[in-house]
Design a protein around this ligand. Structure first.
Ligand code: PHB
Length: 393
């Protein structure tokens, strides 16, 4: 929402040049905010296997706005929510449109790693800030990094790596079988796990990648897992795939014989509610649990639960924290380069996940927790068992 948009072009240019000595013309982003307002687009899945994740992210971002008088950096927020869809075939065109929309100052969201990888260059070229609120593709804060792309979530490899040493200790001489969806994120979560697990002396029994977004019958894959007689299984799935996988693992009788480990997305939020008893005892790694015992989280869980059906999830927190970092960054102004300067100076974020700050790679430097599915106060919960070794890869 740029107030000058309704002025004649010549006058607009004169005002911009007078006020900023010309720098407004070269400032990246071209966004839509005047001094008092800012336009933010939330790009999250409203369809596909990750639709429940998108809902949690929207609820988290909206909670931050509600708690802050609908302002970020002292500017009134105009929020637009756009569907990321099920994968890059929907998400990349939707994100590209937002990157090129001059009325949008910054974009928050993106769940799917393949979609995020397909958007980095577009946002870099448009000089528009993209605050990734989930997608963990390792290269985004690694070799594909851009000054305009930041992340309030995680890098895939880290979440897997965090639990490798613990599983190696548990299985001793036994081997572990790896399973996940066949796309960027699935591969990276398993690779991260494998690297720290093998470093700690662990051995792999086998790996299977299932077609992403279209596998509803996991039984043929699970049968192969059973035949390999592993000492444990490690998996990444999320959203509706996580529900189906965990239920079928239990239905086939694997759960009682083979200990089950995973990334925390496997048993998060609505997925755990739907899995119920079939998830009992699963150990996972994640940078959040609604059960974390700290004051910021207690207040967050209370406020979130009052407005939504159920407790917050890691997705809600990542989007809530995107609100927190933008709140600081937008104090610098609404231009792309101004927001980037503000993000660089954001400092420590007092988050429900525990305090964190941006690393030099523009992603969170944060603690990963070991969680175990148990019943607590009559509900299936991810009870926090302790901190995990900081991943080094
Ligand atoms: C990803 O594609 O990066 C991704 C998707 C869902 C998750 C975590 C990571 O829960």
């Amino acid at each position: 929402m740029r107030a000058t948009r309704s002025l004649p072009l010549a006058l607009t240019l004169t005002l911009a040049l007078t006020a900023c000595g010309g720098s407004a013309l070269s400032d990246g982003g071209g966004g839509g905010g005047d001094d008092d307002s800012v336009k933010i687009a939330l790009l999250v899945p409203q369809s596909g296997v990750y639709a429940p994740l998108g809902k949690d992210m929207e609820a988290g971002f909206r909670l931050y706005l509600d708690q802050h008088d609908n302002q970020l950096g002292g500017k009134k927020v105009e929020l637009t929510v756009v569907d990321e869809g099920g994968g890059p075939e929907d998400g990349v065109p939707a994100g590209t449109k937002l990157a090129q929309d001059e009325s949008v100052d910054a974009v928050v969201g993106v769940v799917n790693s393949a979609t995020a990888l397909g958007l980095v260059d577009t946002f870099a070229e448009a000089k528009k800030p993209l605050i990734i609120g989930n997608a963990g593709a390792d290269d985004i804060t690694g070799k594909e990094s851009s000054p305009y792309v930041w992340r309030t979530s995680f890098a895939n490899g880290e979440v897997g790596a965090a639990i490798g040493e613990k599983v190696a200790e548990e299985v001793g001489d036994g081997k572990v079988y790896l399973v996940g969806p066949d796309y960027a994120a699935g591969k990276e979560f398993l690779a991260g796990f494998k690297s720290s697990f093998e470093k700690a002396g662990g051995k792999i029994a086998g790996t299977q990648m299932t077609p992403f977004g279209k596998t509803t019958n996991f039984q043929p894959y699970l049968q192969k897992v059973r035949n390999a007689k592993p000492k444990a299984v490690f998996a990444f799935y999320a959203g509706s795939e996580a529900v189906t996988f965990v239920k079928q693992y239990d239905q086939l009788g694997l759960h009682k014989d083979i200990p089950f480990y995973g990334t925390g997305f496997l048993t998060e939020g609505g997925a755990l509610t739907a899995q119920g008893k079939s998830a009992d005892g699963i150990f996972t790694s994640l940078h959040y649990s609604s059960e974390l015992d700290n004051e910021t989280n207690a207040a967050f869980v209370k406020d979130y639960s009052a407005k939504n059906d159920g407790k917050p999830t890691v997705y809600s927190v990542q989007a809530y924290d995107a609100g927190a970092v933008l709140d600081k960054a937008l104090e610098e102004g609404t231009g792309g380069d101004q927001i980037v300067e503000g993000l660089k100076a954001a400092g420590e974020i007092d988050s429900p996940r525990g305090p964190w700050s941006f690393s030099d790679e523009q992603g969170p430097d944060q603690t990963y927790y070991l969680r175990k599915v148990e019943q607590k106060d009559g509900a299936w919960s991810n009870v926090v068992e302790g901190d995990l070794t900081k991943p080094t890869s």
